[in-house]
Design a protein around this ligand. Structure first.
Ligand code: NAD
Length: 442
């Protein structure tokens, strides 16, 4: 497998930075040996710090020397391929830290600093941390991380938090939670990158608590965190913005008597479904995990809930379809079969698209079919909002106060976007990309 880490590995280097400036199209590289393989990271922030010089035999390579290094390793084309991805997504760069002792690959995908500049916090960017098994193809891992970091730049605007967008990736063997050397290394890397992070796919949320207790305060969302699981606040944001969506269609915003199809009864989906039921909606539900459906039915006896086959959930004849599971569920192929008036849910990347342009094109197809849709990151931002709230308020963060702020922010911004889109005669999705692009790339 081609890897940015191979030249580091073969030359006892620890660090690679790729910087891209989309305004000038300028690329710069930096590589270094910043510590020895026997560096004991369990002593991070005890005997040494993020900015300490860790070896007498440091090595630093400039842009040309890094190019030469990759050429020597037969990986210059691969390096250029990664740069092309940065160029396409207008990303500011990638940082790689290599831990030779555990063959751990730490990667930070950086999209934008803009919102995080001069924010008075150590972190300038915010985005979760994903773990990828060692045999996942590195280029796929980079594409995933870059896309997610770009998404975070937009979502952080939606959440009105003072951070740019990033995504952290650990690629390699699952880190041993009992090994303080590994945990210290992860804390050190995160602190070096000026980011705040929290659990994302495959990432055990206990890592955040271990980091907070021992190494770094730039981690959120651990079991001991004051705001707990973000499923509930995210459902609140989706529910309140859905009412705004209905109002924009000339209704009173009430869900009484409405029918809704819920795809996925997990953390957000079940919470959202409960709110809809409480207000008098009729539900159709499906989940890949039948036990979740059975439990939901058992927990709500006598309520108007019908379970349907997974394959039929999106094409139900209902007022609202709520995607609350995987992404990529709205496709070119199934748009003609949809029978709802509104699509509104928390699932990330609901429209199956490889680019922003593609997403805007398919959102227009939905609008042409008379279906109201707004790209989800504008209304599912309560999760990242809570992460930032915890980061900025520490133990003083409380659920009622976070919910009060979410209830103030998200319905208002959705109302504004829906009105602006109507005025401009474009879809809510296109309208959001226009608004946020101006902020990010100004
Ligand atoms: P979850 O893992 O708690 O729940 C997901 C549910 O979807 C599970 O019940 C699972 O069995 C089900 N599911 C998986 N694949 C399915 C399929 N193909 N068809 C039907 N059901 C399927 O996750 P969650 O935290 O509730 O998140 C749901 C979605 O919302 C995800 O896309 C997530 O990225 C997004 N999201 C979550 C938050 C949050 O705060 N939790 C915030 C923003 C966005």
């Amino acid at each position: 497998m081609k890897s940015l880490f191979t030249p580091l590995k073969n030359n006892h280097l620890t660090t690679l930075k790729i910087n891209y400036n989309y305004k000038t199209d300028h690329v710069r590289f930096f590589a270094a040996k910043e510590w020895e393989p026997d560096q004991d990271f369990s002593q991070y922030n005890k005997k040494f710090y993020a900015e300490s010089i860790l070896t007498d035999k440091a090595v630093y390579l400039n842009t040309e020397e890094v190019r030469e290094l990759f050429k020597k390793e037969g990986l210059l084309d691969y390096l250029n391929q990664v740069v092309e991805l940065l160029r396409e997504g207008r990303h500011v760069g990638i940082v790689c830290f290599y831990n030779e002792r555990y063959d751990l690959h730490f990667m930070l995908n950086k999209h934008s600093y803009t919102k995080g500049l001069n924010n008075k916090y150590h972190a300038a960017m915010c985005g979760g941390c994903r773990l990828h098994p060692a045999d996942d193809d590195e280029l796929e891992v980079i594409i995933d991380g870059l896309n997610l970091s770009r998404g975070m730049s937009f979502k952080n605007i939606a959440a009105d938090i003072p951070f740019g967008g990033s995504k952290t990736v650990l690629h390699g063997p699952k880190p041993d939670l009992n090994n303080m050397d590994t945990m210290g290394f992860i804390g050190y890397c995160v602190d070096r990158c000026h980011i705040l992070t929290g659990p994302d796919m495959n990432y055990p949320n206990i890592i955040s608590d271990i980091e907070n207790d021992n190494f770094s305060m730039q981690f959120n969302g651990g079991p001991k965190s004051p705001l707990g699981n973000t499923g509930k606040p995210t459902a609140l944001g989706v529910y309140l913005t859905l009412k705004e969506a209905l109002k924009s269609l000339g209704e009173d915003g009430s869900l009484k008597g409405k029918s809704a199809a819920i795809q996925g009864l997990g953390s957000v989906g079940a919470n959202l479904a409960e709110r809809l039921l409480e207000e008098g909606a009729n539900l159709v539900v499906a989940d890949i995990d039948q036990a979740r459906v059975d439990k939901f039915l058992k927990d709500h006896p006598g309520k108007p809930i019908k379970a349907v086959k997974l394959a039929d959930i999106l094409t139900q004849k209902v007022d609202i379809v709520c995607p609350c599971a995987i992404g990529g569920v709205i496709t070119e192929e199934n748009i003609p079969q949809l029978q709802c008036k509104v699509i509104w849910g928390p699932a990330n990347n609901q429209i199956k698209a490889h680019s922003q342009e593609e997403e805007i094109r398919l959102a227009k197809k939905l609008a042409d079919r008379g279906i109201l849709f707004q790209t989800e990151w504008w209304h599912n931002a309560a999760g990242v909002f809570c992460a930032a709230e915890e980061y900025m308020m520490g133990r003083k963060a409380t659920v009622p106060e976070a919910e009060r702020k979410i209830a103030e922010l998200l319905p208002r911004t959705t109302r504004e976007n829906l009105a602006k889109a109507k005025k401009l005669g474009i879809t809510p999705t296109e309208c959001l990309y226009k608004t946020c692009q101006d902020i990010i790339y100004a």
